[in-house]
Design a binder for this molecule. Structure first.
Ligand code: ATP
Length: 211
């Protein structure tokens, strides 16, 4: 199974990397691809440019076996939609199990995704816990609640047995780190060490990415 972990990664931090690693180790993934997006579909434009975010992701994952950088979204001039990326991947891998890895905050906003109903027909969804975004909130949303009821898997083998269609919830170490907060800290001249890889911190400093 190939994992697809998209984001703005503006910048990439340990709140991305640690859950991604725990998911990668917990489930039968052959590789986990990080996909920095160019123009996000449903949020404001990133602060760092595409090349800078790509460089930071590359530096962050260079020594993690199984983690790969997928640059297909980053150069697109048009907004990135997961459904379109999956459709493109499906032309190359029609039946290989694919899993989109997302944090709970992203999952709770799933209904706002472009053609969200189609995503589950093209890939599994692997949802990681994130501080401040309670799994209980799913029950407050009848549409999402029914969607989970129809698709939730309880055995990891169910994910590798078919190309798409399952939802898996993965508890991970809760790290209350966000890129927004890191950018605010950098703007204020605060020390961001140990919130992100030191290689990324050095790139931010050398290239004055958030100066
Ligand atoms: P921003 O603060 O700019 O919104 P972010 O830190 O939330 O950024 P994104 O690049 O938007 O990072 O997130 C990419 C993916 O990583 C999303 O699926 C998001 O849910 C997940 N994610 C980000 N931070 C965490 C965290 N601390 N714990 C778990 N998942 C996270």
């Amino acid at each position: 199974m190939i994992g697809l972990f998209g984001g703005t990664f503006d910048p990439i931090h340990f709140g991305h990397l640690r859950p991604a690693l725990e998911v990668f180790n917990a489930l039968p993934f052959s590789e986990l691809r990080l996909l920095p997006c160019g123009v996000p579909g449903h949020r404001t434009r990133p602060v760092a440019n595409a090349l800078q975010r790509l460089t930071m992701v590359r530096a962050a994952i260079s020594s993690i076996p199984g983690f790969k950088l997928d640059t297909r979204e980053v150069d697109k001039p048009t907004p990135c939609y997961t459904v379109e990326t999956l459709l493109e991947l499906r032309t190359q891998m029609p039946t290989h199990p694919l899993a989109v890895v997302i944090g709970m905050d992203a999952f709770l906003g799933l209904e706002s995704w472009h053609r969200w109903h189609e995503v589950i027909t093209l890939a599994h969804l692997v949802v990681t816990h994130r501080p401040g975004w309670d799994v209980e909130h799913i029950q407050d949303n009848p549409v999402l609640n029914r969607f989970v009821g129809e698709h939730q898997c309880w055995q990891a083998e169910e994910l590798t047995a078919r190309p798409a269609g399952g939802i898996w919830f993965q508890p991970v170490t809760l790290l209350d780190i966000s890129a927004t907060r890191i950018r605010q800290m950098l703007k204020a001249g605060d020390d961001v060490r140990f919130l992100l890889p030191e290689s990324v911190n050095q790139l931010i400093k050398q290239q004055r990415i958030y100066a």
